[in-house]
Design a protein around this ligand. Structure first.
Ligand code: UDX
Ligand code: UDX
Length: 429
């Protein structure tokens, strides 16, 4: 089937490449001309495992082309649907900024695409009428929220737990069933508002789960419990389940903070008093500060200390530092007078744009970052950090202290090398 994708970012590019890989003929449009040129050279403008190979293969096979204008992309190309995958960032007040979606919808109306318009971008429920107005008369709208995790986006595209589609006719439902016919997973069909609320609810539920675990870790610290034992103890309850229970110094990414705040705004603008949603964000920010306070106490003060920081990205296997706790914590350490030696396998260039300080040395390897430091902070769960040579690390860190902001380190290996690992809720591991 012929499909158009608008927006070639973390979401849109995965959608375009994935659909081409599944056998569809895809034209991807992005206003950023430089990005389009980069994609035409089969270069991916960010780090996502497996994306570059499939971009190259499908472009070479003629199933995938890139354009900087919708008009050009639509010439002699009859799409069955167009996916809208542009950013929907938070405004200052936490509400969702729909300006990019509005611009794209109006462009679709101007160009006069006669096909189903599928909003994959995360937009608040209850705006269907307004969005149809942007499309103009006869516009057909659907919702198909994404559940891609950065760092595992290609895996999540080809093996999702489910597909959620919000449609207003059986004709539109059939279009999306045909698009996703290559997947053998449940397809949940519902109203557009329900599909959009599903997306916000999923992210809010996941974020709330993490914020609760993070608060339980703070309690574990003060009562001498081990949060990883608690994780096992509750995760074995099939009603809770074990995934997504790892406590740490906070979660990051462009989605959880943005979507949780947007949902809180949806509730408040409709007069629903939410007591649970907004605190998720406050608890998350506080968690990073709690982690720094703990380190300050155990280090006997941060000022004047030289600290190695392993990890800047908000998640492993990505170069994305949007809302990354590692960036927030590093900035707090600097504000308390620390000097940092920083390494991240992929996110260094993005991190340098966020942290501008003469007290930061950007290092080429995790080993170089250890030279002459008093302590090590691990702030992203990269696999290469977990398999470090802990005996060698022991020789490098004078104070013998490791602060594990992701509770991700192999505690037995690290303890064997003579370290005290201080995670969140890991009682003096
Ligand atoms: C974003 C949000 O992060 C995600 O929550 C939402 O579900 C989808 O939108 P993402 O892909 O991360 O996803 O956004 P981003 O990486 O900023 O990419 C957006 C792309 O759209 C950019 O390449 C931008 O140039 C392009 N764009 C934006 C257009 O092509 N046209 C526009 O009018 C605006
Ligand atoms: C999330 C949702 O998982 C995805 O479904 C949605 O489409 C976009 O938002 P993403 O933010 O890309 O995906 O990555 P995710 O793997 O969910 O991690 C989010 C944050 O939670 C990261 O900072 C990660 O380190 C943290 N996390 C994750 C934990 O702290 N503990 C865990 O157990 C899992």
């Amino acid at each position: 089937m012929n499909i158009t994708v608008i927006g070639a970012g973390y979401v849109g590019l995965v959608q375009a490449v994935g659909l081409a890989e599944a056998g569809h003929v895809v034209r991807c449009v992005d206003v950023n001309v430089e990005r389009v040129e980069c994609l035409r050279r089969a270069e991916v403008p960010f780090f996502e495992i497996g994306l570059a190979e499939k971009l190259e293969a499908n472009s070479a096979a003629g199933r995938l082309r890139f354009f900087s204008s919708l008009e050009d992309a639509s010439r002699d190309f009859e799409s069955v649907c167009v996916f809208v995958c542009v950013q929907t960032p938070s405004r200052e007040d936490g509400s969702c900024d729909l300006s990019a979606v509005e611009a794209v919808m109006k462009e679709i109306g101007r160009v006069g695409l006669d096909c189903l318009v599928v909003v994959k971008s995360t937009v608040p429920p209850g705006l269907e009428e307004e969005m149809c107005g942007w499309l103009g008369t006869g516009g057909r709208l659907a919702a198909n929220p994404e559940f891609l995790r950065e760092g595992r986006a290609m895996e999540d595209f080809f093996a999702p737990d489910r597909i959620v589609i919000g449609v207003s006719s059986s004709r539109d439902e059939q279009v999306l069933r045909d698009v996703y016919a290559f997947l053998d997973v449940p397809i949940f069909v519902m109203s557009i508002a329900s599909a959009q609320l599903t997306k916000y609810s999923a992210n809010t539920m996941l974020a709330m789960r993490l914020s609760l675990m993070n608060e339980l870790a703070c309690i574990a610290d003060v009562v001498g419990a081990d949060i990883q034992d608690v994780e096992r103890g509750i995760g074995s309850d099939t009603r809770i389940g074990s995934p997504f229970l790892r406590a740490g110094a906070g979660f990051g990414g462009s989605c959880f903070p943005k979507d949780v705040q947007a949902l809180a705004r949806v509730a408040s603008t409709h007069g629903v008093e939410s007591l649970l949603i907004q605190p998720i964000i406050e608890a998350n920010i506080r968690q990073g500060m709690y982690f720094v306070e703990k380190a300050d106490r155990l280090l006997g003060g941060i000022s004047g200390k030289t600290i190695a920081v392993w990890g800047m990205a908000f998640n492993k296997n990505t170069d994305d530092v949007r809302e990354s706790p590692a960036v927030r914590i590093s900035q707090e350490l600097l504000s308390r007078g620390a000097k940092l030696r920083v390494f991240d396998p992929e996110a260094m260039e993005n991190a340098k744009k966020e942290i501008v300080s003469a007290d930061v040395v950007w290092c080429d390897s995790k080993e170089v970052a250890l030279e002459g430091v008093d302590a090590l902070f691990v702030l992203t769960e990269w696999d290469e950090f977990l398999t470090a040579d802990w005996e060698r690390v022991a020789g490098a860190i004078s104070g013998g202290l490791i602060f594990d902001g992701k509770n991700c380190l192999p505690r037995a290996d690290v303890a064997r090398a003579g370290f005290r690992v201080h995670g969140m809720g890991l009682w003096n591991a």
